[in-house]
Design a protein around this ligand. Structure first.
Ligand SMILES: Nc1ncnc2c1ncn2[C@@H]1O[C@H](COP(=O)(O)OP(=O)(O)O)[C@@H](O)[C@H]1O
Ligand SMILES: [Mg+2]
Length: 260
């Protein structure tokens, strides 16, 4: 039996001369919630885009459930669900129409699809909005609907890029609980976030990325313990990001001063 759902080996992505992800190697175990952490611009979305076959690596390899993300793109796509920062729904179509459309795209039989859509809308408290155009939805409603869409396809690995950004605390708590439930039901979860608390609460293990480099990969507990009793994951991050992070903070806080 395969122990890992994802194996990343020396993965690099360059945009021109700029290296967004630099020689990253890591393994995600089956059934775990794996957090990819890092500040804005660290290379999280680029990494997830390579793992979900949306962009091609410059070098290195990666596999999802034993399938190569470059050579077996379609096999990978069939097994995964992806929630990107931008919601992938058609604004003029209603919630139900969107779900019907995507369900058919996934090749689902109509009757089963209808049953799953009704159950999903109910579970994510969207039933009463099912006939409203998605364009009229709040971000929290769109995000919930996007999760319903992905779950139609029973993904073995579920990728979520910044699932909690921009949402109110009630929706954040709701979505975190759903992520835990989806994981308990058997899906491996990979999520990115720059919100340390979310990563800490959700993840079995985390990878810390900064400037495209993997700086650490372990359980939040072990990473914190290395720094001392009261260390937070934020402390851990700053510890590993070191000089680079301080430079960036300084530049930002210095900028207005120069104008005075
Ligand atoms: N298509 C692209 N072309 C050029 N640069 C890009 C492209 N996509 C991302 N980048 C750059 O790569 C870096 C990492 O981006 P990204 O992976 O989106 O970071 P994160 O998701 O961690 O915020 C950023 O500096 C970003 O500007
Ligand atoms: Mg991103």
């Amino acid at each position: 039996m395969m122990e890992y759902s994802i194996i990343v080996d020396k993965l690099t992505k360059k945009f021109g001369n700029f290296t967004a992800d630099n020689n990253i190697s890591l393994k995600v175990k089956k059934g775990e919630i794996f957090g990819i952490l890092g500040p804005n611009g660290a290379g999280k979305t680029t990494l997830i885009s390579m793992l979900t076959t949306l962009i091609k690596p410059t070098s290195g390899t990666a596999s999802v459930m034993g399938k190569d993300v470059i050579k077996q793109q379609l096999d990978v796509r069939k097994m995964i669900g992806v929630i990107t920062e931008k919601v992938t729904m058609y604004p003029p179509l209603t919630a139900e129409e969107n779900l019907m459309f995507f369900g058919r795209l996934y090749g689902m039989e109509k009757k089963e699809l209808k049953r799953k859509i009704a159950a999903g809308l109910e579970e994510f408290q969207l039933t009463k909005f099912k006939n409203k155009p998605v364009g009229t939805f709040s971000l929290g409603m769109k995000r919930r609907l996007d999760i319903v869409r992905v779950l139609l396809n029973n993904p073995k690995v579920f990728f979520l890029d910044e699932p909690t950004v921009g949402l109110d605390p009630i929706t954040v708590a709701f979505i975190k609980n759903k992520i835990r439930e989806i994981n308990k039901n058997g899906s491996t979860i990979v999520l990115t976030t720059h919100i340390m608390q979310d990563a800490d609460e959700l993840s079995d293990r985390v990878a810390l990325i900064d400037h495209g480099n993997l700086m650490a990969c372990d359980t939040p507990k072990k990473l914190k313990n290395k720094l001392g009793k009261k260390a937070t994951l934020e402390d851990v991050f700053i510890h590993y990001a070191g000089e680079q992070l301080r430079d960036e903070t300084q530049r930002m806080s210095m900028a207005p001063r120069r104008g005075i």
